[in-house]
Design a protein around this ligand. Structure first.
Ligand code: NAP
Length: 289
């Protein structure tokens, strides 16, 4: 596709951005649908974030994704927030609406789409979420909109983060959330009754792919295990869950859906999800070589 004066610009701000799969996913999707769009990565240091956001507004880009470490810091620089992004306190997608930058969290909706897409219905289920960072907050908040029983486990030093998420969910949905310490004995207790386990910590992410947040002996056949970590695709947790006979969902599915939902906000077109997945997998596999 040739770049012309009419080409619409989308992008990504983060630090680093070199390994992001988003530019390939989006640019291939634009090409497939014949859309006159381009998606560019911008490495932005934290001290340049405000200048970068003002610059993107001044350049009238169509929208942009936000990744580590800017998902929280970007919020005061935007002109408006989607209510769910506001509750989660993190933004990964920004849409330029006639000069006003509005922030969304498509990680949350992307997680839910990936879960439902795998044929897993969360309603009525006991769900255990590990972690209390940005991804965990997105996952628990979107799950709390459904009829679920939630347990969050986090490390002792940061248990108050988990308590804060639990309090928010209780206030907004009248749903009590159990908070436990991320210890093997608490995991064993929580997993006894669990239907779905979500790892929303970064444990197991490359280059520490030999790690798992859950001892293999606690994994069981009647569990659905969703690991938000997508690099590697088959984390140790997912490999051990499969070996125990559990159903598994990789973080790559969430990554694709968060991208697809951003694509739809910017272009107004249905995203070619299959193609975006194929391109992301191709790139991940080439990293793993
Ligand atoms: P974050 O805000 O930094 O949170 C990291 C979480 O991991 C915190 O809860 C932290 O616990 C926990 N953690 C880190 N090391 C740990 C350890 N050794 N033992 C126990 N807990 C540990 O990061 P994030 O943005 O939530 O991202 C978390 C993971 O999700 C990353 O791997 C990221 O790539 C992935 N992610 C995937 C997608 C997707 O589309 N698939 C989207 C967003 C994020 P403390 O609170 O105790 O520090």
């Amino acid at each position: 596709m040739e770049i012309t004066g009419k080409t619409k610009i989308c992008g990504l701000i983060g630090d680093p951005v070199e390994h992001s799969m988003s530019p390939v996913m989006h640019n291939k999707a634009y090409k497939k649908l014949g859309l006159d769009y381009i998606y560019l990565p911008f490495r932005v240091a934290p001290e340049q974030l405000e200048a970068a956001v003002d610059g993107l507004r001044a350049l009238n880009v169509c929208g942009f994704n936000v990744t580590i470490p800017h998902k929280v810091a970007v919020i005061p620089m935007l002109d408006g927030l989607d209510p769910i992004a506001e509750k989660i306190g993190a933004v990964n997608t920004v849409v330029n609406m006639d000069g006003e930058l509005r922030g969304y969290n498509t990680d949350a909706a992307g997680f839910l789409r990936a879960l439902l897409d795998s044929g897993t219905e969360p309603d009525g289920k006991n769900i255990v979420v590990l972690g209390a960072g940005g991804a965990a907050r997105a996952v628990t908040y979107i799950l709390a909109e459904r009829d679920v029983n939630l347990t969050i486990l986090n490390r002792r030093e940061e248990l108050d983060w988990a308590e804060a998420i639990a309090e928010l969910i209780n206030e907004d949905f009248g749903r009590p959330v159990r908070v436990l310490e991320l210890l093997d004995e608490c995991l064993a207790e929580a997993l006894q009754e669990a239907d779905i386990l979500v790892n929303a910590t970064s444990v197991g992410m490359s280059p520490h792919s030999e790690k798992s947040p859950v001892p293999a002996k606690l994994l069981k056949k009647d569990l659905v295990v969703f690991d938000v970590v997508y690099n590697p695709i088959d984390t140790r947790l997912l490999t051990e869950a499969k070996a125990a006979g559990a159903r598994t969902i990789s973080g790559i599915e969430m990554l694709i859906w968060q991208g697809a939902l951003a694509f739809e906000k910017w272009t107004g077109r249905e995203a070619p999800v299959g193609l975006m997945k194929k391109e992301a997998l191709k790139m991940l596999e080439s990293h793993e070589d």
